[in-house]
Design a protein around this ligand. Structure first.
Ligand SMILES: [Zn+2]
Ligand SMILES: [Zn+2]
Length: 333
């Protein structure tokens, strides 16, 4: 499913086109994967609609790839490919465990062709074995939504018993909730969503409370992870933090539609008292591997809906329309 030109995802505009594409030829140090599943991520909407345009076109999107190695490695091994496709290995960031910040960071489905295809090739040292306890379909959403969510949760510096807020409750935060309940069993988790079905979903997964974006929760929060694409929710989030609390924004780009919300910032109530705002960028290989191990150990399974690869446009449209319960996965085999 090839992206040839940028444009809005709409009922009458399908930006991805099914084409026959030659099987990629391998370079030294690469493996060839026969793709079985690929997750659909909100970032792909940002890429298609031009908020974070891919550096080249045409491109094959998809950065939550599960497949079997066909060439260049242990044949038949089940592996995943995440957003991180390459980093230099030499810079100050790579050498300090922050390869996600490497200036030569390359992303899957962007700098290299991704998993919306039968085959993909990738650096052998950037694939991750999938634990036996996790199926292909379950693994796909763990590779971005799950792994970046895990990184966001790490950046919260939460301790067990401290209160965590989740703003937005789609593909990533629903996995964060499951992870946080395992890692921080005594912490209250409070969920904010504009969508009543997402709030129901959060409560069914064990959230202590769920309310609208601007609702007042029963308790102030030590940390909050925002996955929404707009600014208004961050202004609400800052009001809900305790002194010293941290807002972690897990989004690659924000939309411009409500940017004026930022001008209503009240320093005294929303930022003073050592409140912090931090963004999350990319993932490291260690994040991905730690999280896959944790998911197997804690039986963390994403809720997901499957679509055939040829229906990728429909999956993207439904994601844009907010018809989300958990994650979306393309079936490629
Ligand atoms: Zn993603
Ligand atoms: Zn580097």
């Amino acid at each position: 499913m090839l992206l040839e030109s940028l444009g809005d995802v709409k009922p009458d505009h399908a930006p991805l086109r099914l084409v026959q594409h030659p099987e990629p030829a391998l370079n030294p140090g690469e493996v060839l994967l026969r793709v079985t599943r690929c997750g659909v991520c909100h970032t792909e909407l940002d890429e298609i609609e031009g908020r974070t345009p891919p550096p080249r076109l045409p491109v094959i999107l998809g950065h939550q790839v599960v497949g079997k190695i066909e060439e260049g490695g242990q044949a038949g091994q089940r592996v995943g490919v995440a957003w991180i496709a390459s980093a230099c290995g030499r810079c100050q960031y790579c050498l300090s465990g922050q390869e996600n910040l490497c200036p030569e960071f390359k992303a899957t489905g962007r700098d290299i062709d991704g998993g919306y295809a039968e085959y993909m090739k990738v650096r052998a040292d950037f694939v991750h074995p999938i634990p036996n306890a996790v199926s292909d379909s379950e693994a796909a959403p763990l590779l971005c939504a799950g792994a970046v969510g895990y990184r966001a949760l790490k950046l919260c510096n939460l301790q067990d018993g401290k209160a965590l807020g989740l703003m937005g409750f789609g593909g990533s935060n629903h996995i964060v909730l499951k992870t946080a309940k395992y890692q921080f069993p005594n912490s209250l988790i409070l969920v904010f969503s504009r969508n009543p079905q997402e709030r129901e979903f959060a409560l069914s997964l064990g959230a202590a409370w769920a309310g609208a974006i601007d609702a007042v929760p029963p308790e102030a929060l030590d940390a909050l992870i925002d996955t929404t694409p707009v600014w208004g929710p961050d202004m609400e989030a800052l009001k809900r933090l305790k002194p010293g609390g941290r807002l972690v924004i897990n989004a690659i780009r924000k939309e411009e539609v409500d940017k004026e919300a930022l001008l209503k910032l009240d320093y005294a109530s929303q930022l003073w008292m050592e409140k912090e705002i931090k963004s999350v960028a990319n993932v490291t290989r260690q994040d991905v591997r730690e999280f896959l191990g944790l998911a197997a150990e804690a039986n963390i399974k994403p809720d997901y809906q499957e679509y055939d690869l040829k229906d990728a446009n429909q999956a993207l449209l439904e994601m844009k329309q907010g018809k989300i319960r958990g994650a979306k996965v393309l079936r490629v085999d």
